[in-house]
Design a protein around this ligand. Structure first.
Ligand code: NAP
Length: 487
């Protein structure tokens, strides 16, 4: 049963009630509910798929994938571009569904959908440029070449914080390269995935190539996706803990894997920085999705001589944040995804204050109740506090201080994560020294926003393996085959 929330969709059928397996909309004997984190309202009741449905999705992909792989890149690209056009046409409905299930403001949902379309369109084009190599022969009679071929059937498990774009980044390159993909979306936000599948079907994507296995039993579905020998490639975005587990499960069949895992982004501000620009970047990096992104600034590391000024400016900017239901006009910050997330953020703030941090703003659950937390600014942070080593995943900005550049770099690198990092400075030699010394897959210099489909997104250390976006993103879904020809 679907209870349609207050604002209506132009296309009500985009709010789905069935899973999409092997090109069919199917039910299951068990179901689970999807609720709006802002209101607790029931959005949809979905099939609670398990291993049988997951195996069915894999079986249904085998034959279509082989045919899809034989099409020209241009033919595949044409279908993907139709999909993008339909997503664009229905973006207002998709944004509303995304906001209902995730809580982020509508403007952010529209931004996420634009980003998702960008990835699919990029890979639709990139597939045409999947060049191999021709190599000088090692003997006079040898001619050598390398061709790129789709890996085959791929599987993806995605998180709730970007219900749309985390799928576009995986399905886009997979389908463009000639693969099939079976997606297990998160139980809290599966509706964006289903709406995408509905539009993919309308775009003419052949049956069986793209399945969405809805489930509240992630372990059951995940076990099949990571152990079935028919799945050649597994791509995961989520926490480092679950990523490690799934990586181990993939070992049995030696799958090609990509892991986009957790982060603990440092955001450094040096004494020669443009502080107003740094605050603008800090707001963009820290508070998107109420602080629930893997690339959110987790630790502000600010040179002591400008720390007070930076904190004051950041506080003024934070005071303008409007907390509320993301579907309401003017709201800049929605709720957190669930009650445990609120408890975790509250515990991190309590730990910091117990160890000497000062609360410059907020610090508590929001008076709106539910899953809302106050935009919070902490100063006097020290490395023994849990925030120094844990992903906050909430609207809390925490300021650490440093004196010398080497100290700032050491602090930035004192984490097991290495996804995004940011810094603000103007001296050219300092800019290069810091950018090259920071241990992370991505560095934003004088910017708080770095995600784009044209560049490789991904982490080092325990933040993951592989890249999404750029020409590199397509390589995750192809094998390089070396052909040695004797003439
Ligand atoms: P999570 O708990 O690891 O869940 C991610 C996905 O894995 C969900 O679909 C979840 O399903 C599934 N899952 C959980 N346990 C599983 C198991 N034992 N077997 C198979 N699947 C399992 O992470 P999250 O809390 O949803 O997402 C937040 C995390 O993702 C943060 O650490 C964030 O930094 C990271 N993230 C990284 C990137 C990146 O690009 N590096 C991007 C976005 C987010 P259910 O939801 O149904 O339980």
């Amino acid at each position: 049963m679907t209870k349609v929330p207050a604002k209506q969709l132009a296309r009500k059928d985009l709010l789905c009630t069935k899973a999409f397996i092997g090109g069919e909309w199917v039910s299951a004997s068990k179901t689970f509910d999807v609720k709006n984190p802002a209101t607790g309202e029931l959005l949809s009741t979905l099939p609670d798929c398990g291993s049988a449905e997951t195996e069915a999705a894999i079986a249904a992909a085998v034959a279509p994938q082989k045919l899809w792989a034989k099409k020209t890149a241009k033919e595949r690209s044409a279908v993907l571009k139709k999909w993008v056009a339909l997503i664009d046409k229905h973006k207002d409905d998709l944004a509303l569904i995304l906001t209902w299930e995730n809580g982020k403001p509508i403007a952010e949902s529209l931004g996420e959908i634009a980003s998702g379309m960008g990835y699919i369109e990029w890979f639709a084009e990139e597939a045409k440029r999947a060049y191999g190599d021709v190599i000088h022969g090692h003997l006079p009679d040898k001619r050598l070449m390398v061709i790129l071929q789709p890996v085959g059937i791929t599987a993806a498990i995605t998180p709730w914080n970007f219900p749309h774009s985390m799928i576009s980044r995986k399905a886009g390159p997979a389908l463009a390269a000639g693969c099939a993909q079976i997606v297990k979306p998160p139980a809290q936000t599966p509706l964006s995935a289903l709406a995408m599948a509905k539009l993919a079907e309308e775009a003419g994507l052949p049956k069986g190539l793209f399945s969405i296995v809805t489930s509240s039993r992630a372990r059951d579905v995940g076990t099949v996706l990571t152990t079935d020998p028919r799945v050649a490639k597994f791509s995961f975005t989520g926490s480092t803990e679950v990523g490690k587990l799934l990586m181990a499960q993939c070992a049995g069949t030696v799958k090609k894997i990509s892991l986009e895992l957790g982060g603990n982004a440092p955001f450094l501000v040096f004494d020669d920085a443009d502080l107003d620009a740094a605050v603008t970047g800090a707001m963009a990096s820290k508070f998107r999705n109420a602080g629930q992104t893997c690339v959110c600034a987790n630790r502000f590391i600010v040179q002591r001589s400008v720390a007070k000024q930076f904190a004051e400016k950041l506080k003024s900017a934070m005071e303008k944040m409007v907390v509320g239901n993301g579907a309401d006009d003017g709201v800049t910050t929605g709720p957190l995804i669930d009650a445990p997330s609120v408890e975790k953020v509250e515990a991190l703030v309590k730990d910091a204050t117990a160890k000497g941090a000062k609360v410059a703003l907020g610090g508590n659950k929001h008076k709106l109740g539910g899953f809302y937390f106050e935009p919070t600014l902490l100063t006097n942070m020290t490395p023994d506090m849990l925030i120094a080593t844990n992903e906050i995943f909430g609207p809390v900005a925490a300021i650490f201080e440093f004196d010398k550049d080497e100290e700032a770099i050491a602090m930035a690198n004192s984490t097991r994560y290495g996804l995004a990092s940011y810094f603000y400075a103007r001296d050219l030699s300092r800019v290069f020294n810091v950018a090259e010394s920071i241990e992370s897959g991505m560095v934003g210099v004088n910017t708080g926003m770095l995600t784009t489909e044209v560049a490789p997104f991904g982490g080092v250390k325990e933040s993951g393996l592989g890249r999404e976006g750029g020409w590199q993103g397509l390589r995750e879904y192809v094998e390089e085959k070396y052909i040695c020809l004797s003439i």
